[in-house]
Design a protein around this ligand. Structure first.
Ligand code: COA
Length: 307
């Protein structure tokens, strides 16, 4: 059996924090943030909102759009770096919220978490172990930000995205590729519950690594870049996204971009972008989609799929 996406969902907190709002908090400008990152605003959760509560809303949306029942889900995987607590896992809290009786666990691969989770789910489906996997990327980065550090606090936002991946005879996930290299761990980390990043150095490694990842994914499948209909990248920085699009000779209108409105929502960014483009009709049945991400660890990975 193949693994095919049969439903997508998303949730963004109602509260929007614009670049202009940030000008009153740290020494920054709307112009600097837009020029260096493409970000115009981000969503920030209310105090009562948690990673699991956002994951629950995105999951309800995904299960509804998949046109199945909660009982049909037989595995739950949540990709997050901002769990509600160390344990129980956010996946177990989500499982209880949804009243689903299925194994549930979290995956932590920073901004590549959703790609890792898709790759794991694909293997569970291909081996016949699972039929309908709920995969969620959910993050509350506002908790991890040092709101006096202008080099990081302007970059991130909160939200959750979800997909239902199901066993189907027709082609779905074509291949997945996951990687890690721990030697760069001091360039982007969380110490004392706050993000620290050497942005410029991360930027260079991200662009080079994603370029090689595109080659690896296409070569593995004997495909040409012209075979790709849509790029759905992790949304960290519009300049990184443009470099990946250039590598694929794709115009920006074949790239799903949400970083301008969501900022970097880490593991949630790809499922949120995917959900947006599926729901507004841009992504259509049978099209070939490349998902790719890069994040702390470093971790990086891609999923090539036929929608
Ligand atoms: N507002 C105004 N100025 C700022 C600023 C802000 N919010 N943040 C940093 N600056 C200043 C710096 O202090 C520096 O000033 P200096 O030249 O006087 O020292 C200047 O802007 C340039 O900083 P630099 O870090 O070199 O900018 P940059 O062009 O590399 O952009 C990032 C910074 C973070 C936007 C960019 O490096 C980036 O996106 N990195 C990768 C992020 C990423 O992919 N993360 C991993 C995946 S999750």
């Amino acid at each position: 059996m193949n693994s095919k996406i049969i439903g997508t969902g998303g949730y963004l907190p109602a509260k929007v924090l614009t670049n202009k709002d940030l000008e009153t908090i740290v020494d920054t400008t709307d112009d600097w943030i837009i020029e260096r990152t493409g970000i115009q605003q981000r969503h920030i959760s209310e105090p009562g909102e948690t990673t699991s509560s956002m994951a629950t809303k995105a999951s309800i949306d995904a299960i509804k759009s998949a046109n199945i029942n909660n009982d049909d889900i037989d595995l739950i995987i949540v990709a997050t770096t901002t769990p509600d607590m160390v344990f129980p896992s956010t996946a177990c809290i989500l499982q209880n919220n949804l009243k689903i009786k299925a194994p549930a666990f979290d995956v932590q691969a920073a901004c590549t978490g959703f790609i890792y989770a898709m790759s794991i789910a694909d293997n569970y489906i291909r081996t016949g172990t699972s039929k309908n996997v709920l995969i969620v990327g959910a993050e509350k980065y506002s908790n991890l930000l040092d709101w006096s550090d202008r080099s990081t606090c302007v970059l991130f936002g909160d939200g959750a995205g979800a997909v239902v991946l199901s066993a189907k005879p027709e082609e779905g996930i074509i291949s997945s590729h996951i990687h890690a290299d721990g030697q760069y761990n001091d360039l982007l980390d969380v110490k004392n519950e706050q993000i620290r990043m050497k942005g410029n150095e991360v930027f260079k490694v991200a662009v080079n690594t994603l370029s090689k990842l595109v080659d690896e994914t296409l070569e593995k499948n004997n495909m040409d870049k012209s075979d790709i209909d849509w790029l759905v990248p992790h949304q960290a920085n519009l300049r990184i996204i443009k470099a990946a699009a250039k590598k694929l000779s794709l115009s920006l209108d074949q790239v799903v971009v949400t970083v301008d409105r969501h900022a970097n929502t880490s593991a949630a960014s790809i499922p949120l972008a995917l959900n947006e483009a599926v729901k507004d009709g841009r992504i259509k049945d049978d099209q070939v989609i490349l998902l790719e991400a890069f994040g702390s660890g470093f971790t990086w990975g891609s999923v090539l799929l036929r929608y």
